[in-house]
Write a protein that binds this ligand. Structure first.
Ligand code: BMA
Length: 373
């Protein structure tokens, strides 16, 4: 009997070694990214994102470990609203860099950049995926991202505020270069700047910037980051809900400047309309991604009105994303009881969120950490 257990243990151990992939399995030269000098770790992240999409859909949450409804990180053990109810951390962790450009120590939502850095290191070590957006201020007026005074033409090459913009990108670059793992390698991040450009609420949005200026802003931003020796980024382009592939393409800077395709879709008009909108938009996204040969994700989603349906996760979100081929779905931040997007202890949808977590297709940190090299 003892012998049998031994043999079985050896067999299982042997199989697990056999199935464990290593970086040697990746053809690094074949991976062509927006940044031609992207680090090896960045290419591994790109490969992992494609592998994840084949296994299921990773669950992501903005600011998951920084705070939640009625609590804030206390510097002790890392926690998250999602972990409190499921026992698992999200697989994808979103953070926002708004106000890094100003040299501040906290972002626009009062999350300290030091805390962000510390958590990013921990999450990276555990095998999580990091994605960062940037709600940067209006560089001309000093107002916030939602100040829609014209600004893009002034920060492009030869523009009146160019110098200031280059300094802003320097601050941004310094943050990215401060992300290092215990071996001293730069931690790779999916960077998602100037998002929801087809909406008219940000200064880089529809009706405020021309599509050509937007594309140049994107390309020039990448060029500046590279000049500053930032090579640990995958670049994600993500409009808000679109009606067609043409709308998706309107501000698209070109395949050679983008690594991951995304889309932001919120529940605004009821569950049925939401599920339908997810299906239609993710089909458009899939077609675009197939043509461009890139991975794709639901880069922002959520329902701010949980009171409407305690089964929102399995009845509205899941039917809209299942089998869509997205690598992840990221829900927005849990700021306070009237502005939260992931479930939390005591929330009406708590039980349903657990059922969502238990779905085979939905992956949390534990699951994606195994999809690694
Ligand atoms: C928005 C809201 C704001 C926040 C911003 C950036 O959707 O959550 O309160 O400042 O995202 O995180």
């Amino acid at each position: 009997m003892n012998k049998l257990i031994k043999i079985l243990t050896l067999l299982v151990f042997g199989l697990s070694i056999f199935s464990c992939k290593t970086a040697k399995d990746i053809d690094f030269d074949k991976i062509q990214l927006a940044d031609k000098q992207a680090t090896k770790e960045t290419k591994i992240l790109y490969q992992r994102i494609q592998d994840i999409a084949k296994e299921g859909i990773a669950f992501g949450h903005e600011d998951a470990t920084a705070y939640g409804v009625n609590w804030k990180d206390d510097g002790k053990k890392m926690n998250s609203d999602v972990k409190k109810i499921t026992g698992k951390f999200p697989a994808v962790h979103g953070f926002d860099l708004g106000h890094i450009e100003l040299g501040r120590s906290t972002n626009l939502d009062t999350v300290s950049f030091d805390l962000m850095r510390r958590h990013i290191k921990k999450i990276n070590r555990k095998g999580g995926v990091i994605t960062m957006s940037w709600h940067l201020d209006n560089p001309v007026t000093g107002g916030d991202s939602w100040d829609t005074a014209t600004a893009v033409s002034q920060i492009l090459k030869n523009g009146g505020e160019r110098e200031k913009f280059e300094l802003w990108i320097k601050q941004l670059s310094n943050f990215f270069k401060s992300l290092k793992d215990e071996k001293g390698n730069y931690i790779p991040v999916v960077f998602r700047p100037y998002h929801e450009m087809n909406g008219s609420w940000f200064w880089w949005g529809e009706g405020i910037v021309s599509n050509e200026d937007y594309k140049n802003l994107w390309r020039e931003t990448i060029a500046l980051l590279q000049e500053n020796q930032v090579h640990n980024l995958l670049y994600a382009y993500s409009p808000n809900t679109v009606g067609s592939i043409e709308e998706f393409n309107k501000y698209y800077p070109g395949d050679e400047f983008v690594d991951v395709l995304g889309i932001d879709i919120y529940n605004h008009s009821g569950d049925e309309a939401f599920t339908e909108s997810l299906k239609q938009n993710l089909e458009i996204l899939k077609n675009k991604a197939t043509a461009s040969n890139k991975p794709y994700a639901l880069t922002e989603s959520g329902n701010n009105k949980f009171g409407m349906n305690a089964e929102w996760w399995t009845e509205a979100l899941y039917p809209g994303i299942k089998d869509s081929g997205i690598a992840w779905v990221l829900v927005w931040r849990n700021a306070r009881p009237d502005h939260y997007f992931a479930s939390y202890k005591g929330d009406v949808a708590e039980e349903d969120f657990k059922a969502f977590e238990a779905l085979e297709e939905i992956l949390f940190l534990k699951e994606i950490s195994k999809i690694n090299y």
